[in-house]
Each structure stands twice: as structure tokens, then as C-alpha cells.
Design a protein around this ligand. Sequence first.
Ligand code: HEC
Ligand code: HEC
Length: 290
Amino acid sequence: MLRKLLTWTGIALGSVLILLLMFYAVAYFQTEARINKIYEVQLQALEIPDDSANYALGKHVAEIRGCTGCHGADLSGGRAFADPTSPIGTLYASNITHGIGGINYTDQDWLRVLRHGINKDFRSVWFMPSHEVYHISNKEMAALISYLRIQAPVDKEIPAKSLKPLGRVLTFLGEYPLLPAEMIDHNATYADDVPFMVNADYGKYLATTCQGCHSPTFKGAAAHGPNEPDIPDISSTGNLGKWDSKGFVSTFRTGKTPDGRVLSEFMPVKEFPYSDQELEAIYAYLHQQK
Ligand code: HEC
Ligand code: HEC
């Protein structure tokens, strides 16, 4: 009797193990194919200026689109999104200067990564939010590249990236946005200029930068890591629905919400030097989100 029971338990456990191995094999080969996919895209012809007005605009775009937040004020990278202790894998922000350990990009390479999320190997970059910035106007894209390409070289080696089994399974299940090239319309056309206006349309243009963390619907998401707060709803159904535009602007200036809470470092208000009018536009858009 006992022997029979043990046999059946053994068969059951063995079957579960085989199913798990089969699942992982499928996840492994599917993600491996996606990671190694070679993208061929038609790059637009875009003239990159080199005057000081465009440099200043490019710097502002680099700041409000999060480039300096993730890659550092001197763009030398090194910030860990997954350090070697992470169960997801290893991933650091690249050194995007042309120093040792950095990159050596032509204007075409910049366009490929920023408009398409594709690196010099013609594969998708990992976790780098090109899908939140690829739509910016030709004027802003050209200014951004004019700023990026003349930054001083910084020597800093960045550890190689890798993906662990959990990172693979999450990518397989669509729970981890590893490959931005998959989230981009590679045949998109771009406006030459998106003139600045204090309205919800312009707010929408800017607020793509908030979606990676706050979710595409702005309704919030689970915390990013074990010691981080949940990501709150910033649509009209969240606290923001009760704030006026002044309160929203002052939250970004002071890091303190109108209801008196001090935001943690995980809402990097200081990394986003928006103008008051840009924040008012973002507010107008978020306030419309039901
Ligand atoms: C959320 C953080 C984050 C933001 C915001 C971000 N990046 Fe990145 N970026 C990364 C990570 C992580 C990598 C490493 C990707 C890889 O190795 O595949 C990367 C890689 C790069 C690369 C190197 C690609 C290569 O050849 O390996 C360039 C260039 C780059 N980013 C430019 C930018 C610019 C310009 C901006 C602003 C528009 C920006 N990034 C915004 C995280 C970010
Ligand atoms: C890197 C991830 C990240 C990005 C990018 C980000 N946020 Fe946040 N945000 C957070 C986190 C985490 C919190 C919660 C912070 C806390 O409670 O300490 C937060 C909180 C907030 C709050 C406070 C909401 C409340 O009810 O307390 C507002 C408002 C906000 N974010 C607006 C924005 C806007 C607007 C953008 C885009 C310009 C943005 N965030 C981009 C992570 C992010």
C-alpha cells in the first residue's frame, strides 16, 4: 500500500518536474530568439545642428526625458537596474560618452537607438526606454543628438549584461519590458516640430516618460523592488484628482505632495527639471485620465 502510494507520488512529482522543464525550455528558446533578433530598419535622414540654441534645447530634452536620470549628469552610466544579487539578471545603464568603456556612436547610430531601440549590433537594447522617446519631434531629436554627441568622454567600464532564469520567465510572460524594439512602430513618421502649448495634448507628448513606472494607463503598478513603495495612480482617480495644478507643480519643486507627504527617492522629482508650464501641461493631461 505504502509502496504504491510512494510510486504514484513519485510519478506525479516527476511529471510536474518534466512540465516545468518543458516550460522553461520554451521560455528560454523563445526569449533567446527575441534577444538575438536582428532588426533592419530604414533610418530617417536628419540633419544634426551644432549651434548653442540647439545644444541648450538638447540638454533640456535629455533631462526631462530621463537620459541624465538613468545615465548620470555626465552620461557615464553605471547605475544598476539589476545588480549581480538580483534574481532577474545583471543590467547597468551604459556609459554613453565616447570614453573607455563607453560607446562610439555616429549620428546614424544615435538615431537607430533613439528612434528604434536598436543598438550597433542591430539587436534591441535592454530595458532602455526608447519606446517612450522615439516619437519626439525631428527638431527635438536633432537637438538631443547635437547635445549627446559632444559630451566630454568619461572612462568607466560597465559590467556586461545578462539575464537569469527569473528574468527570462518574466520576459516570456510579458511581465518585464526587456526589449523596447518590440514596443516601437518602426514605420512611424515624426512631426517636424511639436510647438509648446500649455494644454493636455502637449502634456500627453511629455507624459510618455511617466508611463514606464506609472503604467501605460497611469493607474500605478506594483513596487519595482523589495524596498520600494508601490507606484501610485497619477490619473484623476488617484490623489492627483484632488490637487490643483499649483499643488502638482509644487510637488515637483519640493518633493512634498499637497496632502503633506514627502515623496521618497524612488519618485525622482529632482531628476526632471520641467518648466512650470510643462508641468501644467502634464497636469492638464493626467487630470483628464479617468
Ligand atoms: C530607465 C532608465 C533609462 C533611461 C531613462 C534612458 N536609458 Fe539609455 N540605457 C539604459 C540601460 C539600462 C541601457 C543598457 C541597455 C543594454 O545594454 O542593452 C541603456 C543604453 C543606452 C545606450 C547604449 C546602447 C548600446 O549601444 O549599448 C544609449 C546610446 C542610451 N542608452 C541613450 C539614452 C538616451 C539618449 C536617453 C534619453 C532619451 C536614455 N538613454 C534614457 C537605461 C536608460
Ligand atoms: C522611475 C520611476 C518613476 C518615474 C519615471 C516617474 N515616477 Fe512618479 N512615482 C514613482 C514612485 C515610486 C512613486 C511613489 C513615491 C513615494 O510614495 O515615495 C511616485 C509618485 C508620484 C506622485 C505622487 C502621487 C501620490 O499620490 O502620492 C506623482 C504626482 C508622480 N509620481 C508623478 C509622476 C509624473 C508626472 C511622472 C512623469 C513626468 C513620474 N511620476 C515619473 C516612480 C516614478
